[in-house]
Design a protein around this ligand. Structure first.
Ligand SMILES: CC(C)(COP(=O)(O)OP(=O)(O)OC[C@H]1O[C@@H](n2cnc3c(N)ncnc32)[C@H](O)[C@@H]1OP(=O)(O)O)[C@@H](O)C(=O)NCCC(=O)NCCS
Length: 185
């Protein structure tokens, strides 16, 4: 197996469900990426258009087929048309038993645990079904909400990666977290 795919039925709990991205999600995606908090912590350029979103979804699909990443829409578990945000496994290195986790929420979906629930579902699948031995999560040192999501899921803060990524015209440090099998909360 090279490509990555969510199981059927896809991971869900009483709050959220993961599902593949659809072309019909483009307008919600464009709206969500306009949010100042997403802009502040994101690499994405503004303005973000329908064409940019379509391009991103096509890239996600190609990377999924190559087995490099799996980007999932995070939707309400009772209404799969209600987009809450996104969660993704990226930099998947099955030969090394390792991948990274990323996530974001639309402004109206915050403060209810949706990201925490989504990361837990994705991490459970990655550890149990893909058999990965380590999940990594990096975020900006000033992204406190993101760090709280990591900690609630059981990730351990390992340290600061200096000048880690190109970011908004300069470079940015990242806080590195990891999660090993048996540590998911
Ligand atoms: C990072 C981000 C997803 C966090 O969103 P969030 O709403 O704080 O996260 P959750 O959905 O897990 O909700 C957690 C909050 O809901 C509360 N909550 C309510 N019910 C909850 C439940 N059942 N389970 C967990 N938390 C719950 C928690 O107390 C928490 O609030 P607190 O952090 O003030 O204590 C959001 O800030 C975001 O989209 N930021 C922009 C993009 C971004 O930074 N992405 C990460 C890049 S590394």
């Amino acid at each position: 197996m090279i490509g990555l795919a969510l199981p059927a039925p896809p991971p869900a709990d009483d709050v959220v469900r993961l599902r593949p991205w659809r072309a019909a999600d483009v307008p919600s995606l464009v709206l969500a990426y306009r949010d100042p908090l997403v802009q502040r912590f994101s690499w994405r350029t503004t303005p973000y258009s329908d064409a940019d979103a379509q391009h991103d979804l096509a890239e996600h699909e190609q990377a999924r087929r190559r087995g490099e990443s799996l980007a999932c829409a995070l939707v309400d578990s009772h209404d799969e048309h209600r987009l809450l945000g996104g969660v993704a496994l990226h930099d998947v290195r099955r030969d090394h038993g390792r991948a990274s986790v990323g996530y974001w929420l639309a402004p109206g979906a915050r403060g209810r645990g949706a990201a925490t629930h989504g990361v837990r579902l994705l991490a459970r699948w990655a550890l149990d079904e893909l058999g990965l031995a380590r999940l990594e999560l990096t975020c900006g040192p000033d992204n406190e909400a993101s760090q709280r999501v990591a900690e609630r899921c059981g990730f351990t803060r390992e340290g600061v990666l200096r000048s880690h990524v190109p970011f908004q015209g300069g470079r940015r440090d990242s806080v590195l977290f990891s999660l090993l099998p048996g540590e998911l909360r």
